[in-house]
Design a protein around this ligand. Structure first.
Ligand SMILES: Cc1cc2nc3c(=O)[nH]c(=O)nc-3n(C[C@H](O)[C@H](O)[C@H](O)COP(=O)(O)OP(=O)(O)OC[C@H]3O[C@@H](n4cnc5c(N)ncnc54)[C@H](O)[C@@H]3O)c2cc1C
Length: 488
């Protein structure tokens, strides 16, 4: 039986491990952190649980091929419930509000009332979202392993969506909102994703939500990655935690195995690198092995991350529906200035907080400049870094208290983290946890297949521009299918 070594125990690594076991390989995962899960994680502070990742999981629709994958790896199915929100997000504007509801007709009607001269643009938005509901991420096998008939079937099933993919993949949200007359709607459509994203990223996320294909598995991110780890172990896989890998050992065009940071050499027949590609190329493997397309993307494309803070509230916060965005006093986070803030309530998971209380998380998008700010501050003066985090969290409390006066005086800081936290935690390039920013420029980038050397593969969200959990998982599965194809 040949042996597969998997570097990294995030969602890509755990998925690769589960399929390696299912396909009859012997496999071991080596993870640098104390537990598996990577960016799909959560942690507890003062009896409250902070969920780091899941805002939606694409693939909760039982008819999708992605659902079958999530079922295979223990994320969905088997009685695991999902949380279904009524709204994708809500924006507040001094007394008025706009909402992207699960019910598209309700969204259309309400937005039309807010933007009386914008009916045409709103109708086209809903039409595009409806067409994009058909778009599916292929999860059964990689495109290059599909027969012509399989490819045709796939294309036919999504045919109505392509004109919108082309049109809105190449248009930024900043350009898009120029079509609206209503200043309120201009703001609304750049509130959740800022103007540098393409329109498709917003439409597609909303379409995933409206079609019931983007709900949240009960228990949240940590529970999700734990179930995957348990599944992997139950199939005979071995997870080594606190086991940072130093390099992949290469002999000619083949890998012989890996060397851990503690000097231990592990031999194997195949190696799948599932960590951030910035770690893989330059640290685990010589940079010369980087796929050309990925190298180009690093040069051409931008990344984004976030500054986040979690708070406990002495109230259930029933008046906050999922993610809400509202005006606030001007606040500089990193090097960017904001006059609106985004807050998410986690009361949909009663186990995340003691009875009668809630966790709120505030989120500010950060660009590469902001990342450099946090990195520099951390590396030059750790105390100043911590002080800045606290100062911002206190300012956020003022903002939340002004918006929801009923909880004024009951909000406490639980934790604050920056884009640089993700670099420290997983090695994330520029703190980016969704791959490259899905901008008009990024839209043209093609899928990176993942075979690096004869028996070395990558499996990571960075192979597909939209990034996220589904990309990480399908690439984990595809890497094993490629190994299986060339023979055990
Ligand atoms: C705030 C936030 C919100 C998000 N929301 C969503 C969402 O709603 N929906 C969605 O689909 N996605 C979301 N994501 C993105 C999602 O979490 C990621 O796309 C996914 O978890 C990436 O998985 P991965 O396995 O490719 O990478 P990672 O999670 O980075 O896993 C790589 C693993 O490799 C390990 N590693 C690194 N270097 C080494 C080494 N030298 N040796 C051994 N191990 C190493 C790391 O510690 C890590 O565990 C969100 C992420 C964040 C942070």
């Amino acid at each position: 039986m040949s042996k597969v070594i998997i570097v990294g125990g995030g969602i890509a690594g755990l998925t690769a491990g589960i399929y390696a076991q299912k396909y009859g390989f012997e496999s071991e995962i080596f993870e640098k952190n104390a537990h598996a899960g990577g960016e799909c994680t959560g942690w507890t502070r003062n009896g409250f649980h902070i969920d780091n990742c899941l805002h939606w999981l694409t693939g909760t629709d039982k008819k999708s091929s992605l659902y079958r994958l999530w079922e295979d790896v223990g994320v969905l199915g088997n009685g695991i419930e999902t949380v279904k929100f009524d709204s994708f997000y809500t924006s507040h504007f001094d007394g008025k509000k706009a909402v992207l509801w699960r019910d598209k007709e309700r969204t259309r009607k309400e937005l039309r009332k807010l933007g009386r001269s914008d009916g045409k643009v709103i109708d086209e938005f809903i039409k595009a979202v409806t067409a994009l509901e058909k778009l599916q991420l292929p999860a059964d096998k990689p495109m290059d392993m599909m027969s012509v008939i399989e490819k045709m079937k796939l294309m036919m099933s999504m045919s109505g969506a392509f004109r919108y993919v082309k049109k809105y993949g190449n248009m930024s949200l900043k350009e898009y909102v120029g079509q609206f007359q209503s200043p309120l709607l201009k703001q609304f459509f750049t509130d959740y994703m800022n103007g540098s994203f393409n329109v498709l990223s917003l439409m597609l996320s909303y379409a995933t939500f409206t079609s019931g294909n983007g709900d949240i598995p009960k228990g949240g991110s940590l529970a999700m990655s734990r179930r995957m780890e348990e599944k992997y172990i139950s199939l005979g896989g071995v997870v080594h935690t606190n086991a940072p890998v130093e390099r992949v050992n290469i002999d000619g065009t083949k890998a012989t195995g890996i060397t851990l940071k503690n000097g231990e050499v592990i031999r194997g027949d195949h190696v799948i690198c599932t960590c951030d590609t910035d770690v893989t190329f330059g640290k685990l493997l010589d940079r010369k092995y980087i796929p050309k397309q990925l190298e180009e993307s690093y040069k051409k494309l931008k990344c984004h991350s976030a500054f986040q803070a979690a708070f406990s509230v002495d109230d259930e916060c029933k008046f906050i529906q999922g993610t809400e965005i509202f005006p606030c006093r001007e606040i500089t986070v990193g090097r960017s200035v904001f006059d609106r803030m985004s807050v998410r309530s986690y009361r949909y998971e009663p186990k995340f907080s003691p009875v009668g209380k809630a966790v709120l998380q505030a989120y500010f998008t950060q660009n590469e400049d902001d990342y450099e700010y946090w990195k520099e501050l951390y590396e030059t003066d750790k105390k100043a870094y911590e002080d800045k985090k606290r100062e911002l969290a206190e300012e956020i409390i003022l903002g939340i208290s002004a918006q929801y006066q009923q909880i004024n005086g009951t909000i406490e800081i639980l934790d604050v983290w920056t884009p640089y936290t993700y670099t420290k935690w997983t090695g994330a390039y520029k703190g980016a946890y969704m791959g490259f920013l899905y901008s008009p420029k990024a839209h043209e980038q093609k899928h990176i297949s993942g075979k690096i050397l004869d028996n070395v593969y990558i499996a990571t969200q960075w192979q597909q521009i939209s990034g996220g959990l589904p990309c990480a998982a399908v690439e984990g599965k595809f890497a094993v299918q490629r190994i299986e194809k060339v023979g055990k």
